[in-house]
Write a protein that binds this ligand. Structure first.
Ligand code: ATP
Ligand code: MG
Length: 319
């Protein structure tokens, strides 16, 4: 059996990086899943509290994320889609884990609170596999460490150290600064292509991509990060499935404008239909809430099963 768990923050409409680095992979995993596989996709609203915003904005952000996942094809009949806040055990397990986490590792982690919380999310569902983008590999590594430390402290294989499922696509960088990753929370919308951008918006944004100070293309991520990012985007949507290296070779010597002209239609085709499906789902908030509620019921039942064992093991069984 397999339990696949992954999460996304409700901090805005997903962008190209989220799509090729995570969400498209979620959909593929769902479509390939056999009867022994459970899939859980969590909209991590509790994490989003680390950058406080008005409550109404977070409530809206959760629905926008849910509508985005449905537009991508995550199907509530096949996958459990839920809000993190629907499962209070996330915070209980986080506390328990923080007590056995190795302080050496924690102090090396800059955002340790957030990452530690991420570990509880994953371990709560006896997760075996975590598909995440390249920027979150170390979170899964840390989660494994949390599980191992806990099991060691209580001399029982209770929590399952999960495996990272690598997505083929690498990290997609900002359109205006190829040294920064593309992010939902970046204040400027010019830094990213949203999955619901129109073909016109996509064309304009790609035309304005910050390029390197070279007249022609070469795949050289260190010295020409702008070209490398465009080539990575090209590879993510290449109908022939060619690698970044193959495409880099193919584009060598071409002008930046030629590369942009190749990338633009690939992205437009790659995201075709998403904005229409998004509009369809976002127009029915009651239905979205029903889906989130139903997902919460399933997730809570799975979490309860894990917590029953954990509480028994540490001695906090409710009386
Ligand atoms: P925020 O800025 O709010 O953190 P984000 O864009 O980083 O937003 P997350 O919700 O943190 O998105 O992450 C969701 C998923 O998308 C994760 O699996 C993460 O690895 C992946 N991801 C995020 N940014 C990128 C990127 N630029 N390229 C590839 N994958 C990415
Ligand atoms: Mg992030």
């Amino acid at each position: 059996y397999k339990v696949i768990f992954s999460g996304i923050q409700p901090t805005g409409i997903p962008h190209l990086g989220n799509y090729v680095g995570a969400l498209r992979e979620w959909k593929r995993l769902q479509d390939r899943a056999g009867p022994g596989t459970k899939l859980l996709f969590c909209i991590v609203d509790m994490h989003a509290l680390t950058s406080p915003r008005p409550a109404e904005e977070l409530k809206k952000g959760r629905l926008e994320m849910l509508a985005s996942l449905l537009a991508i094809g995550i199907d509530p009949k096949k996958s459990t889609i839920f809000f993190q806040s629907s499962v209070p055990a996330h915070t209980e397990l986080q506390w328990i884990l923080s007590c056995t986490a190795s302080t050496g590792y924690l102090s090396r982690m800059t955002q340790w609170k957030v990452i530690n919380h991420g570990a509880a999310d994953i371990l709560l569902y006896q997760t075996t596999h975590v598909p995440v983008g390249d920027d979150q590999r170390q979170h899964v590594e840390f989660t494994r460490e949390c599980a191992t430390n806990f099991n060691h402290a209580y001399k029982m294989r209770c929590l399952i150290p999960p495996n990272t499922m690598s997505t083929i696509s690498r990290r997609i960088m900002s359109l205006t600064d190829p040294l920064k990753k593309m992010s939902k929370s970046d204040l400027s919308g010019k830094t990213r292509i949203s999955i619901i951008d129109t073909p016109d918006q996509i064309t304009r944004k790609i035309n304005r991509v910050r390029t390197d100070n070279f007249p022609t293309i070469q795949y050289d991520p260190i010295n020409r990060p702008g070209a490398a990012n465009l080539i990575r985007i090209m590879a993510a949507f290449d109908p022939k499935g060619r690698t970044v290296d193959q495409l880099g070779e193919e584009m060598t010597g071409k002008k930046y404008s030629e590369l942009k002209d190749v990338v633009t239609p690939l992205v437009i085709d790659g995201l075709a239909g998403l904005s229409e499906r998004y509009e369809h789902f976002i127009s029915d908030p009651e239905k979205l809430l029903d889906i989130a509620r139903a997902g919460g019921v399933v997730a809570r039942a799975m979490a309860d099963e894990t917590m029953r064992q954990v509480r028994e093991l540490v001695g906090t069984t409710p009386v």
